[in-house]
Each structure stands twice: as structure tokens, then as C-alpha cells.
Design a protein around this ligand. Structure first.
Ligand SMILES: Cc1cc2nc3c(=O)[nH]c(=O)nc-3n(C[C@H](O)[C@H](O)[C@H](O)COP(=O)(O)OP(=O)(O)OC[C@H]3O[C@@H](n4cnc5c(N)ncnc54)[C@H](O)[C@@H]3O)c2cc1C
Length: 201
């Protein structure tokens, strides 16, 4: 990958390392997995060891955000995209929840989730699309209704990349039908959870 002049030295080094690693290690793994119709766990584990799942996670939670930033995350994804389907799980894990937990989560939630996301121990999936709701995400029909300390959830989701392999789901629910909430797009809530009830396997 050509370097852009505004990249930092760390990002240039990351780009060179990622290109070499993808060429030499991940492409053969991706090809083998595709021919055997297997999930590329071997590649996922190797990417996790290199810290790539933590590209967007700050260093205090075990990631590399200050060093690589969003540009670094994109460099990694562009390189890994050449190695077949493992890029999907990497991208969904990076983007599915890190921002929400960092900006809207409590400190307890950040400490609980982010180090495991950064290490690749908790692989994520983005659970938004439904049978009757695609581009218009504000029309999500799945509901989460508060019941004491818990939420009762009902609904269907589809097209969730890597969801059978993931262990963490950033899922979007409707939590209000009030017109004033809908007007401000406050009628939806995203929830990070372990196993999603509609996933089997
Ligand atoms: C391979 C794959 C992987 C996916 N992975 C995930 C995932 O991991 N998580 C997840 O939540 N979802 C995932 N999706 C779902 C994807 O995000 C949706 O398919 C997408 O949001 C479009 O929704 P839809 O297919 O229902 O189409 P619709 O929203 O029904 O759109 C149908 C058509 O209408 C057009 N259209 C829609 N709205 C407008 C508008 N306002 N103005 C003009 N044209 C419009 C669209 O461009 C499209 O051509 C995945 C989909 C695919 C195919």
C-alpha cells in the first residue's frame, strides 16, 4: 500500500507490516479456509495477537488508538480485505460497539468490555438489520421493554455478518414509541450483550 504523506511514522510502519503479514501469512490461511468452507479462526487468532482488534481502543484499555487511530484501523482493514472473509469479522468487531462503549458506556462497562475487544477475546457483530428494516434503521421493530433490572426483548434480525462466530453483539432495539423520542431519534437503544438469543451455534 502506498503511504500518504500525512500519515504518521507509526501508521507508515503499520502499513508496511500489515502488507507483508497479509501477503505471507493471512492470504494462504484465507484461501485454505475458503476452499474448505471453514471459518478462518487461525487468521483471527493471529490478527488478535498483533493487536489489530484493538486499533480503535485507547491504550489504557489495552488497544492502540493513540498510536494508529482511525487511519490505522482503515489501513489494517484495507490490507486484510485481500485475505478473504476474515476482514468482515475484524471490521464488525472494531466498529460494532467500541465507539458506543467508549462514549456512552460507564467506566465499569469500558473496563469490562474494551480490553477483551482489544485482545480479540470477544469478537463482535453488528446486529441492526431486520426483515422489514434495512437502510431505514430508525424504523427498527425489535423491542426491548424494561422489566425491573432486566429487559424483555422481542424481534427478528437478519444479515448479521459473522454472528455465529461472534461472542458479543451490538444490537439495536426500539425502546420508546413516544413521538417526541422518535422526532429526536431517541427511540432506539443499542445494547452490547454476550450471546444473542436468536443465534444458535
Ligand atoms: C453481505 C451482507 C452483509 C451484511 N451485514 C450486516 C451486518 O453485519 N449487520 C447488519 O445489521 N446488517 C448487515 N447487512 C444488511 C445491510 O446493511 C442492509 O442490506 C442494508 O441496510 C440495506 O437494507 P435492505 O437490504 O433491507 O434494503 P432496503 O433498505 O429495503 O433498500 C432497498 C433499495 O432501496 C434503496 N433505498 C432505500 N432507502 C432509500 C432512500 N431513502 N432513498 C433512495 N433509495 C433508497 C436502497 O439503496 C436499495 O436499492 C448486510 C447485508 C449484506 C448483503
Amino acid at each position: 500500500m502506498d503511504h500518504f504523506p500525512w500519515w504518521t511514522d507509526a501508521q507508515k510502519k503499520l502499513a508496511d507490516d500489515a502488507k507483508k503479514y497479509v501477503d505471507e501469512v493471512l492470504i494462504p490461511i484465507g484461501e485454505r479456509a475458503a476452499w474448505k468452507k471453514q471459518f478462518p479462526w487461525e487468521g483471527i487468532k493471529l490478527m488478535a495477537k498483533r493487536g489489530w482488534f484493538g486499533a480503535l481502543v485507547p491504550a489504557k484499555y489495552g488497544g492502540h488508538f493513540e498510536e494508529w487511530g482511525v487511519t490505522g484501523a482503515t489501513i489494517i482493514l484495507e490490507e486484510v480485505a485481500r485475505a478473504d472473509s476474515m476482514v468482515i469479522s475484524l471490521a464488525c468487531s472494531m466498529y460494532g460497539g467500541v465507539h458506543q462503549i467508549l462514549h456512552d458506556g460507564t467506566e465499569e462497562q469500558r473496563q469490562r468490555w474494551l480490553p477483551k475487544i482489544a485482545s480479540g477475546e470477544e469478537m463482535g457483530s453488528i446486529t441492526m438489520t431486520e426483515p422489514y428494516t434495512g437502510s431505514d434503521a430508525a424504523a427498527i421493530e425489535a423491542t426491548a421493554v424494561r422489566d425491573g433490572d432486566a429487559y424483555i426483548i422481542n424481534g427478528k434480525k437478519r444479515f448479521q455478518n459473522g454472528s455465529s462466530a461472534a461472542s458479543r453483539y451490538m444490537t439495536y432495539f426500539r425502546t420508546s414509541n413516544k413521538p417526541e423520542d422518535k422526532a429526536k431519534y431517541r427511540h432506539l437503544t443499542a445494547s452490547s450483550s454476550r450471546k444473542a438469543p436468536w443465534i444458535h451455534g
